[in-house]
Ligand binder design. Structure first.
Ligand SMILES: Cc1cc2nc3c(=O)[nH]c(=O)nc-3n(C[C@H](O)[C@H](O)[C@H](O)COP(=O)(O)OP(=O)(O)OC[C@H]3O[C@@H](n4cnc5c(N)ncnc54)[C@H](O)[C@@H]3O)c2cc1C
Length: 324
């Protein structure tokens, strides 16, 4: 028997879901109220990177495999490397100490401390969602833009931070603003302020430094805020923070802001919440990195294949959710 599914949300997660479901033989329609990659999936910093959380390692590694197989998507073969940097000496498990960071990355301020991890593959921000949408269509999925989709029947909600409008789940927006600059010595590594991986810490500052360079443009980030910010008003603060690490910020080329779908522990929320209602959301800072494997898990569950959602990712781990 062929199953019918509505997927709600045309970000990385919804597009990959539509592809896996259609390839599994289902009749799939993806409903997107704006455009493919209109949300964070089109406005992120654009790096596929180990989240350095053991509960997420399997999703990260499986997603790398899916990206390698994804037609029309160029996953860099080798990681460019993640350079954690700080003004004070710091430790980081498994990270190699870099004695003279400025020699490795001339754009850095002198006197910084750095450790390197062999991860981080920069990709254009919207490329993944678009390539998955095309794969879904090749497999026979229909895409309806400008539509919220049905409110009953077999549905999979992948509506990013808007998921909680449809399902009573603890998924909150975490607003990120990124400033694009052109640096004279563009870093070859992904740069991050040490400590940025503790993204669910309660005393996390509003602005944390990161820099992801692709095609000569460095995306300087980022903010982690509960309320929608004024991006233009925040840009000077983001750049002032970045000057702690980068000597010359070059010229500003653009600015973008979007909400991440944040769960309480920073991990995805995946699974079934009612007989015909499934969720794949809550990817926070890691949706580009983890979205394909999350989508595969939930697609297999919806298709009735034998699959177990890991308890640390189960949508029911905080409380029993209901549709709203
Ligand atoms: C500044 C910033 C930098 C980031 N950098 C990285 C990074 O470097 N690496 C990484 O892995 N991740 C990164 N992320 C996180 C990543 O972008 C997100 O986790 C991911 O894009 C979320 O994908 P999603 O499909 O769940 O949601 P979204 O991309 O938000 O997509 C949800 C879609 O659903 C649609 N929608 C909502 N409600 C409805 C409805 N009722 N009906 C129909 N459609 C609806 C929306 O229009 C939207 O298009 C970053 C995020 C930000 C904001």
């Amino acid at each position: 028997m062929t199953r019918d599914f509505a997927v709600v949300g045309g970000g990385i997660v919804g597009c990959a879901l539509a592809a896996f479901l259609a390839e599994g033989g289902a009749n799939v329609t993806l409903y997107e109220r704006e455009a493919i990659a209109a949300g964070a999936s089109g406005r992120n910093s654009g790096v596929v990177q180990d989240p350095l959380d053991p509960e997420l390692t399997a999703l990260y590694e499986e997603s790398l495999g899916h990206y390698r197989d994804l037609e029309g998507f160029d996953l860099p073969e080798h990681p460019s490397g993640l350079l954690l940097i700080h003004e004070e000496p710091f430790e980081h498990d498994g990270a190699e100490l870099i004695e003279d960071p400025q020699r490795l990355e001339p754009a850095l301020q002198p006197g910084l401390f750095a450790r390197r991890i062999d991860t981080g593959r920069p990709v254009p921000p919207a490329a993944a969602a678009r390539a998955w949408a095309q794969r879904a269509q090749r497999a026979g999925a229909k895409i309806e833009l400008g539509s919220d989709g049905p409110t009953s029947g077999p549905r999979i909600i992948a509506a990013g931070p808007w998921t909680r409008e449809l399902v009573a789940l603890p998924i909150a927006p975490v607003w990120g603003v990124v400033v694009d600059v052109e640096l004279s010595d563009a870093p070859t590594h992904v740069l991050e302020e040490a400590g940025i991986d503790a993204l669910t810490s309660e005393d996390l500052p509003d602005v944390l430094f990161s820099a992801v360079t692709a095609r000569g443009i460095s995306a300087i980030g980022s903010t982690f805020m509960p309320d929608k910010p004024e991006p233009e008003a925040l840009a000077p603060e983001i750049l002032a923070n970045a000057r702690r690490f980068l000597a010359d910020l070059g010229s500003v080329r653009g600015l973008r802001a979007c909400a991440r779908p944040g769960s309480a522990d920073g991990r995805p929320m995946l699974g079934r919440i009612e007989e015909e209602l499934y969720v794949a959301s809550g990817h926070g800072a890691w949706g580009i990195t983890l979205g394909p494997a999350s989508a595969r898990l939930v697609a297999d569950l919806a298709l009735g294949r034998p699959v177990e959602i890991p308890p640390a990712l189960d949508v029911r781990r905080f409380s029993a959710p209901t549709s709203s």
